[in-house]
Write a protein that binds this ligand. Structure first.
Ligand code: NAP
Length: 248
């Protein structure tokens, strides 16, 4: 259970990478963080890490690509804590390939995991946020969804879809004290980007205004702000945290 009075934040994809950093940061900022991903072991380790630093967290292992089951998980979180204040839809996958060779399966699975899951989670969370007259929805997209990226038709479409979804949610729920924003990372050093050849990483860095690759804490800091109480007048925005790569 959350400590009484703490805002409750759900973070998907919290087992590693950007989601893990977001969870640690939100816990440090005094949120009770509900950690979601498929692998329970890393989530339990993270819960212990957060609690050792004086924070508060709980674990819900779930596959977000199963829309019906995932919606029930979000409903259960809201019911258990009697509130749900912050929803960070961060979990995502890539299945890259040029469009002529992209299979229906690779298209569908990326859309389901990266876009449909966010729709389901928002629909469930919004009911609780409306009751509490407060909500912060943060969708983690990508600069690929803003400017496109060869070899990522499925991923870019899902991330662009998140931007449209976010703007619509912002308009529908703004009058209820609920904001919705997108954080669009550029190139961040995580497992997702670990296998890219060094020359590609160096080439991307040269195109950036800030001449270094992004770190997970760069994204966590942006999420911390847009999900804070003081960010109540910021909604429907896409904030590209990309070292000036796109300046979108
Ligand atoms: P990552 O290191 O590959 O981590 C992905 C996270 O998502 C893991 O916690 C994974 O946990 C979870 N996940 C994947 N599929 C899931 C499913 N079906 N159900 C539940 N959880 C699932 O990725 P990352 O680099 O941190 O990226 C996080 C987000 O930022 C993604 O949305 C990504 O598209 C976006 N992004 C990243 C970059 C970058 O450069 N890294 C750039 C732009 C945008 P389990 O495997 O345990 O389920």
């Amino acid at each position: 259970m959350s400590d009484s009075g703490k805002r409750v934040a759900v973070v998907t994809g919290a087992s590693r990478g950007i989601g893990r950093a977001i969870a640690i940061r939100l816990a440090k900022d005094g949120r009770h963080v509900v950690l979601i991903a498929r692998s329970e072991g890393p989530l339990n380790d993270l819960k212990a890490t957060i609690e050792m630093s004086g924070g508060s967290a709980s674990v819900k292992a779930a596959d977000i690509s199963d829309a019906v089951a995932f919606g029930k998980v979000i409903d259960a979180v809201a019911e258990e804590h009697k509130r749900l204040d912050i929803l960070v839809n961060n979990a995502g996958i890539t299945k890259d390939g040029l469009i002529l060779r992209m299979s229906d399966e690779d298209w569908t699975s990326v859309i389901q995991t990266n876009l449909s899951s966010a729709f389901v989670a928002i629909r469930s969370a919004a009911r609780s946020m409306m009751r509490g007259k407060f909500g912060r929805i943060v969708n983690i997209a990508s600069t690929s969804g803003v400017v496109g990226n060869a070899g990522q038709a499925n991923y870019a479409a899902a991330k662009a879809g998140l931007i449209g979804l976010t703007k619509t949610v912002a308009k529908e729920l703004g009058g209820k004290g609920i904001t919705a924003n997108v954080i669009a990372p550029g190139f961040i050093e995580t497992d997702m980007t670990a296998n890219l050849p060094t020359e590609i990483k160096e080439g991307i860095t040269k195109l950036m205004a800030i001449k270094r690759l992004g770190q997970v804490d760069d994204i966590a800091a942006a999420v911390a702000y847009v999900s804070s109480d003081e960010a109540g007048f910021l909604t429907g925005q896409t904030i590209c945290v990309d070292g000036g790569l796109t300046m979108c």
